[in-house]
Design a protein around this ligand. Structure first.
Ligand code: CFM
Length: 541
């Protein structure tokens, strides 16, 4: 493996080599802890990265799925149009949100034109808000800025404040111009800060029922959140809010009234989990509902938190029933999948989560990486105090919150435990912690941050995986090389892939991808016989 990487580096100029080496780690038994990996730093200009922008992270990922708020893309039409519905975060009417209050499937944009760029877009934005209120009467409005807005200096905060006063509903401003960070990760942070400061804590209606929980960092792509809710309700939990997949503004206001925060995607939502711990004392638990064993493990850890024998019994019943139900089907797919090698390059948490589901199918991930994760997502949260901030990370303000005088309670009180019981629980269950991807990788496996087009091609040539889990842009690199690829962001029209039903869907899709005859009909470029260059251009006339 070492030689594979050395050969890969030799193609680079010295400065690039020096930079990229820091973003790649090979797991070695000799290392007690994860070696430091460089992450969340700028992509080298000219290199083809798969990252997105801060607007994508704020609007596309965190904010837009809130179903009963209208989200305005303040910017030229392309930003709104190309981020419209592509993430497949589903929503449906429920007891708090009737059908006519769901707007997340629509696209709203100020469609900034040249005169607006020259003379300012704030008046147009204010007019648009008035029109939206008159036509839709939404419960709240989000304004998300794109790059040109920051450049011309529209004061969206002032527009939002005036509109809030004018209409009596919350209008929130997110200064998430695309260039605000090195990737979409900056946008997650901006969205987390704004929602924490302005929405969470505004409600006072706790959902009736026992063991009230929030699922943070679950965006209901392809219905993943619904499958998790089904399982959690079966176990005996009261799900307050899945945030922000199929979430309502009303439920987010009540977020602080839950007993426990579950964190599914650590990268995008760890800020809110941490800030709620500081402000309200709410404990949080990192879970993973992708993979059968991982789901079982998460459910067992959750049950321990509440120390309720009835809950533990019901959890074991659900695990036994669901596992027995899906096992025969999984075993059929395992016959096809077993022993296959995969690469996984997804945004900031799926490259870790899906390793568990692949293990259930007898597959192994030999190279894994994130587009935009931070060091803690690779190495574990214990490294956070050692992460150096740079000019880019300082761009996003850290909110220094204090314990809320009225609402703060100690963690043990949330879970109805004595202080001693809570201390004992923390030894058994990793509350308020995430260990990152590294512990789940095997000796010799490669972790790679912000993998670029060239590196992906070279790694495919050298290691010849059977399957690649990746994004909408880089999947074609793999497919053109004759390697099947599965798009792991929006799942290409498929899903859900989380929970028990998701495991079956995923196994089915992966088995079909692996066995489709199309891949045998493609000759990869390195096996093609070189045609002599005749100097004539094909297709030219
Ligand atoms: Fe979290 Fe996500 Fe992801 Fe993400 Fe994303 Fe996504 Fe992703 Mo695409 S919030 S970090 S910014 S799990 S949109 S639902 S699939 S890159 S790995």
């Amino acid at each position: 493996m070492d030689t594979t990487l050395e050969e890969l580096y030799t193609q680079y100029p010295d400065t690039v080599k020096k930079n990229r080496k820091k973003h790649i780690v090979i797991k070695s038994e000799a290392d007690v802890a994860c070696p430091q990996i460089e992450a969340n730093t700028r992509t080298i200009p000219g290199i083809i990265s798969q990252r997105g922008c801060a607007y994508a992270g704020c609007k596309g990922v965190v904010v837009a799925p809130i179903k009963d708020m209208i989200t305005i893309t303040h910017g030229p039409v392309g930003c709104g149009y190309y981020s419209w519905g592509t993430r497949r975060n589903k929503a449906r009417a429920d007891s708090t949100t009737p059908k006519d209050k769901i707007y997340s499937q629509l696209c709203f944009t100020t469609d900034m034109q040249e005169p607006d760029i020259v003379f300012g877009g704030d008046k147009k934005l204010a007019r648009m808000i008035d029109e939206i209120v008159a036509a839709f009467h939404p419960r709240g409005i989000n304004i998300c800025s794109t790059c040109p807005i920051g450049l011309i200096g529209d004061d969206i905060g002032a527009v939002a404040k005036a509109a809030t006063e004018r209409h009596g509903i919350q209008v929130l401003a997110y200064a998430c111009e695309g260039y605000k960070g090195v990737s979409q990760s900056a946008g997650h942070h901006i969205a987390n800060n704004t929602i924490m400061q302005n929405v969470i804590g505004k409600g006072n209606e706790r959902k009736p029922g026992k063991h009230v929980i929030n699922v943070l960092g679950e965006y209901n792509i392809g219905g993943d959140g619904w499958e998790q809710e089904r399982i959690l309700k079966d176990c005996g939990y009261t799900v307050n809010c899945v945030m922000t997949g199929d979430a309502s503004y009303e439920d987010i206001k009540n977020l602080h009234l839950a007993d426990l925060n579950l964190v599914q995607c650590h990268r995008s939502i760890n800020y809110i989990a941490e800030m709620m711990e500081t402000k309200y004392g709410t404990p949080w638990l990192k879970v993973n509902f992708v993979g059968v064993e991982a789901t079982n493990e998460s459910l067992r850890q959750m049950a321990k938190c509440f120390s309720d024998p009835e809950l533990e019994k019901q959890t074991e019943e659900v695990i036994a029933r669901e596992t027995a139900r899906i096992e025969p089907a999984l075993e059929q797919f395992r016959k096809i999948c077993r022993g296959k090698k995969a690469f996984a390059f997804v945004g900031g948490s799926r490259s870790h989560h899906y390793q568990h589901l692949l293990k259930d199918l007898g597959m192994e991930v030999v190279v894994a990486g994130y587009e935009f994760a931070h060091r803690d997502d690779y190495e574990g949260r214990q490294v956070i105090p050692t992460i150096k901030s740079d000019a880019d990370s300082k761009n996003i303000p850290e909110l220094h919150l204090k314990a809320d005088e009225k609402l703060y309670r100690e963690g043990n009180e949330y879970l109805n435990l004595s202080k001693e019981q809570f201390e004992a629980l923390k030894k058994e269950v990793p509350l308020n912690y995430y260990e990152g991807m590294y512990p789940d990788m095997k000796n010799g496996d490669i972790m790679i941050d912000d993998c670029n087009h060239y590196e992906l091609e070279e790694l495919i040539k050298k290691l010849r995986p059977d399957l690649i889990f990746t994004g909408v842009r880089d999947k074609y690199i793999a497919e053109k090389m004759g390697i099947p690829a599965k798009q792991m962001h929006s799942y290409d029209y498929a899903g859900p892939y989380a929970g028990y039903n998701g495991a079956i869907n995923f196994a089915n899709d992966v088995a079909h991808t692996l066995t489709t005859p199309a891949w045998k009909m493609i000759v990869p470029p390195w096996e093609r016989i070189e045609e002599p260059d005749t100097g004539k251009q094909e297709g030219a006339n």
